[in-house]
Design a protein around this ligand. Structure first.
Ligand SMILES: [Zn+2]
Length: 352
């Protein structure tokens, strides 16, 4: 539900932060492969979904370079979506050994993972990038000098919501409201832990499987929805308004009743499993290569820090802890410091 998420609050600048069906959206799109270069069965990431929910079908852009092929996948090539690249040697042109030295999306380096068949990479199309032509650059070699290729593709608008009705968040709208010293100390400790975790560079831990985080799909607040937060000073019971602040929702809210299950969206290691001030009972999974999924306001936490999880493992239950007014699940997905719509990974046909 509408939980207050006071991004306007200074300290949160650092916050920046069953019935399942097994479907294979990747396989469907592979059927559209122009030249049938890639057998679809190799490319079917298992995706566990609640009944009745389908992610966007996978789209693919095929790029051809000097001796290499790059296939770029996404549910939508749009602001705030995750994308997935496979880089591999063009068998009709070369038979050496491919080395990818650097991959860049819009001048930002993207970590790659060497696989038996080539290289793979998961990347974020920033919700803040302007719609239009984006550039993917690859630096590589095939047994000789370094080669460079640059590929272009179109990014659409994410069509994010902007609610102009200002929300009164009580204490958090009151410019004179001050947290207690122990609250400030707690927030500081939480901030320190998050900073450490989100700065961790661990190896790629993704497997070719993803899961919806719930057993039912109902979004109560969409990704990157912007809304206005009231600010005022109370003067003899009257609210004297200050300019509103814009709040950006850096994840999605999913409906749920207290106690409903919450699942890991992808494989990884539990990096945070503890209560925090804003997030309440908070679980963060490190998927490697600086990709993290975040699960907030949990009723119960069912995993321990350091544990390995697979996609679809139960990590806790829906609750209303932290800065939340009613039970719901807030999920965020951060890829190399950029928030994307967490549902967008369900369209990626990841390959092991
Ligand atoms: Zn939320």
């Amino acid at each position: 539900m509408r939980h207050p998420y006071p991004v306007f609050y200074k300290i949160t600048a650092l916050l920046s932060f069953l019935i399942f069906l097994v479907l294979t959206p990747g396989a469907q799109s592979r059927g559209r492969t122009e030249q049938g270069r890639m057998p679809p069965e190799k490319h079917a990431a298992k995706v566990r979904l609640p009944r009745g929910y389908r992610p966007f079908p996978t789209r693919v852009k095929y790029f051809r370079g000097n001796g290499i092929n790059v296939d770029l996948f996404a549910g939508e090539f749009a602001q705030g979506a995750a994308a997935y690249a496979e880089i591999y040697i063009d068998p009709s042109a070369e038979n050496g050994s491919l080395q990818v030295h650097r991959l860049e999306l819009e001048k930002k380096s993207v970590p790659v993972t060497k696989m038996e068949w080539g290289y793979r990479a998961v990347m974020a199309i920033s919700p803040e990038t302007a719609p239009g032509i984006k550039k993917l650059k690859v630096e590589y070699s095939i047994g000789g000098a370094v080669r460079k290729e640059e590929f272009s593709f179109q990014v659409q608008s994410g069509d994010f919501l902007f609610s102009r009705r200002a929300l009164d968040l009580g204490n958090y709208s009151d410019v004179d409201y001050r947290l207690k010293p122990e609250e400030l100390r707690f927030i500081e400790a939480c901030t320190g832990k998050k900073k450490k975790v989100f700065g961790t560079k661990s190896p790629d831990r993704l497997r070719a499987s993803f899961s919806h985080p719930r057993d039912a799909h109902h979004i109560t607040s969409p990704f990157w929805a912007k809304r206005l937060i009231m600010r005022y000073r109370k003067n003899n019971g009257k609210k004297v308004r200050f300019p509103d602040k814009i709040n950006v929702h850096k994840g999605i809210d999913l409906r749920g009743r207290a106690g409903d299950p919450v699942y890991a969206m992808a494989g990884g290691t539990v990096a945070i499993a503890e209560p925090m001030y804003y997030e309440g009972n908070f679980v963060v999974i490190d998927h490697g290569h600086r990709m993290f999924s975040l699960y907030m306001h949990l009723g119960k936490i069912a995993v321990k820090e350091g544990a390995s999880v697979r996609a679809g493992d139960r990590i806790g239950s829906v609750g209303s802890t932290g800065l939340s007014t009613a039970p719901h699940l807030h999920v965020s997905l951060m890829i190399q410091d950029v928030y994307v719509d967490p549902m967008s990974i369900l369209s990626l046909p990841l390959r092991d």
